[in-house]
Design a binder for this molecule. Structure first.
Ligand SMILES: NC(=O)c1ccc[n+]([C@@H]2O[C@H](COP(=O)([O-])OP(=O)(O)OC[C@H]3O[C@@H](n4cnc5c(N)ncnc54)[C@H](OP(=O)(O)O)[C@@H]3O)[C@@H](O)[C@H]2O)c1
Length: 325
């Protein structure tokens, strides 16, 4: 394999067109966008002409191509099991959109395939690569808020257009798998990996027959609590708060700051409130830099395998606990 990774895209998704393909094109020394594929030849041609690459009709043909080293897979979660496994078994590194799997068993199978074939497998929680969180980590490290007592994170938005795949349980829909993944990942990312779910609730919309909002309570071995909340039928929220013994830190646009946006970090203490404006950052570019490092061996593949397993285990715990009477 040459130093430049030849990458293809499975499905002409909005997230691919608007953010991820432009990010990949910003890294010409790391990735060459070879082709985009779609179920529709016309859709593939339109996207390919926009980004000056080949158009491929059908996902299978793309996966079988010898021209491709890696795939970006922005399909609905319910289709991931089939296409991620096929891609890994064909020897392709995979960057898959969140949520990577519908349940823990699916995630474990994908990780097994990646491990056996020594391939990179990464889940698309790009927000972790935004520099605003480094500001938060430094504030915590410097003792600004003292010991952490509680974490809370929320991601939710008003209803989506009817027919959106996120309302279709067969396509891996539901607010938990979509919006819920962010506050869950944020809990582990900010406070560490030893959180377990103690209680949860999921509202199942009787007409849509999928969950449209929910929340969960988690604790770690030190007794620190965390609450996560998410929804598709909610007033917009995209934030986390870390409440310490001496103060509180809030990241007000924690998960989806656009590349030109300056997210604010608010530090509240008894004597003052400080608002830190973070620099704009493109977490899509940053996360593909990490994907490149995993492929090349300078970042640890195993960390990403573990993150994927922990994330899907935690989402599954929320589902299981919310089903109990
Ligand atoms: N990381 C982030 O910041 C972020 C943000 C938004 C979304 N996402 C994730 O990215 C993925 C795509 O989201 P999106 O909003 O971009 O969705 P979208 O525009 O609806 O794209 C989904 C794509 O999946 C393909 N597809 C194949 N079978 C399908 C089916 N039965 N129904 C619907 N689509 C089907 C379609 O591609 P073809 O028709 O071309 O084959 C379609 O363009 C999801 O997993 C989502 O969770 C991530």
């Amino acid at each position: 394999m040459s130093d430049v990774i030849k990458i293809g895209v499975l499905g002409c998704a909005n997230i691919a067109r608007n953010f991820v393909i432009p990010a990949i094109k910003c890294l010409p020394e790391k990735f060459e966008l070879v082709a985009v594929s779609s179920r529709s030849a016309d859709k593939a041609k339109t996207l390919a002409s926009e980004f000056h690459c080949h158009a491929v009709e059908g996902y299978e043909k793309m996966i079988d191509s010898d021209e491709i080293d890696a795939l970006y897979i922005p399909l609905p979660t319910g289709l991931h099991k089939e296409w991620i496994n096929k891609a890994l078994l064909a020897g392709k590194h995979v960057y898959a959109e969140k949520s990577i799997a519908s349940d823990f068993t699916q995630a474990a199978e994908m990780v097994d395939h990646a491990r056996q074939h020594n391939l990179a497998l990464m889940e698309g929680f790009m927000f972790q690569y935004h520099s605003q969180h480094e500001i938060v980590f430094n504030l915590i490290k410097n003792g600004e808020i003292g010991e952490i007592r509680f974490f809370s994170a929320s991601f939710g938005f008003p209803p989506l257009a009817k027919g959106n795949f996120r309302y279709d349980e067969h396509l891996g829909g539901g607010a938990l798998m979509d919006a819920g993944g962010y506050p869950v990942r944020a809990t582990h990312f900010i406070l560490g990996n030893d959180f377990e779910v103690k209680g949860a609730t999921l509202f199942i919309d009787p007409e849509l027959k999928t969950n449209t909002y929910g929340s969960a309570f988690l604790t770690n071995s030190k007794g620190t609590g965390a609450s996560v909340s998410f929804g598709f039928d909610n007033f917009y929220q995209c934030r986390y708060e870390i409440w310490g013994e001496k103060g509180k830190i809030t990241a007000e646009r924690a998960f989806t700051p656009k590349p030109d946006y300056k997210p604010k970090i608010i530090v509240e203490k008894p004597e003052s409130t400080k608002v830190i404006e973070a620099e704009p950052d493109n977490h899509f570019i940053k996360s593909f830099e990490e994907f490149y490092r995993i492929i090349c061996g300078s970042s640890d593949k195993n960390k990403h395998y573990s993150d994927i397993l922990l994330q899907s285990k935690t989402l599954e715990q929320i589902k299981i606990l919310s089903c109990q009477p």
